[in-house]
Design a protein around this ligand. Structure first.
Ligand code: PAF
Length: 290
């Protein structure tokens, strides 16, 4: 497979995409912060299956990290990432530097609300404004037909969808399934922070999600499922930030009287010093998949 073209400038990227669109090409966009793993390459595979050409961005976005977060430590290896993307047939890698995306004097941010308010929005103030701002700027640089996100960052998808709708951005947001290691741990660039013991502990996240799903399908009350979920995580000394069952679209609590709305279990927790998030969509209790 040919090596992807690495593009550093927004204007050059935009011209390339617009030229290819004009010649009838359907373009798929996979935005990333690099340190790529199978979660990312599966997004590329979805994009390749649906589009003529794929662009991937690699940009560790400072505006979505809080002051006490891991912006500086976030793993970066452009060379390895480009090598991996070459094996998956990506045509362009957009890898701007910070000055290119946020030039000196820059002062405009997308203000987000609605699905950006609870959970990550409360615990990581400014995070989703940073995500929405960079996704909008990335899409202006690479005006693709479709943009691909992994379901692991469920709330991020809701925020991006809302932004795309509200600002009339001409792109289709595609959600792809979470990719897990064989042992069930959701793939994340931050998994590299986990020690062997942390990793062992972290497996409880997936087993607790599975147990909660089983209880959901057996019609057990939501409060009780959440309580058991938290007990299971705490028993492994996992520090819970939230572990809730909510409406998958509004992220609001589900009334016990109407558990038929599309539901999701959302978890954020710390294993050792590493913050992990995970989730599981719950099938309707009336379906045979339950
Ligand atoms: O999910 C991510 O990797 C990032 O939040 C994104 C969408 C690339 C924006 O920086």
């Amino acid at each position: 497979m040919p090596t992807p073209l690495i593009v550093r400038k927004r204007a050059e990227m935009r011209n390339l995409i617009l030229t290819n669109r004009a010649s009838g090409k359907r373009i798929g966009f996979v935005p990333t912060m690099g340190s790529l793993h199978q979660g990312h390459t599966s997004l590329v595979e979805h994009a390749t299956a649906e589009c003529d050409d794929v662009i991937t961005s690699i940009f560790v976005n400072p505006s979505q990290f809080g002051p006490d977060e891991d912006y500086k430590e976030y793993p970066r290896d452009l060379h390895a990432d480009v090598h991996l993307l070459a094996q998956h047939g990506v045509r362009w890698v957009f890898a701007p530097d910070v000055q290119e995306m946020f030039p000196p004097g820059d002062s405009t941010r997308v203000e987000v609300s609605g699905p950006a308010k609870p959970y990550e929005g409360t615990l990581r103030p400014g995070h989703f404004s940073g995500v929405a701002t960079v996704v909008l700027r990335l899409l202006q640089s690479a005006p693709a037909h479709k943009i691909y996100f992994g379901a692991k960052d469920w709330q991020q998808i809701l925020v991006v969808r809302q932004m795309v709708r509200d600002l009339g951005v001409d792109v289709e947001v595609v959600t792809c399934p979470t990719v897990r290691d064989k042992d069930g741990l959701a793939m994340s660039s931050r998994n590299t922070y986990l020690s062997e013991t942390d990793r062992e502990q972290a497996l409880t996240i997936y087993s607790s999600l599975q147990q909660a799903k089983k209880h959901w399908c057996n019609g057990i009350a939501i409060n009780k499922i959440e309580k058991d979920l938290k007990t299971m995580l705490s028993a492994k000394k996992i520090q819970i930030e939230y572990a809730d069952i909510v409406d998958a679209e509004s992220l609001q609590k589900i009334p016990e009287s109407n558990p038929s709305t599309p539901a999701i279990i959302l978890i954020a927790c710390r294993v050792g010093s590493t913050r992990l998030i995970d989730n599981l969509l719950l099938p309707s209790q009336t379906l045979s998949s339950c």
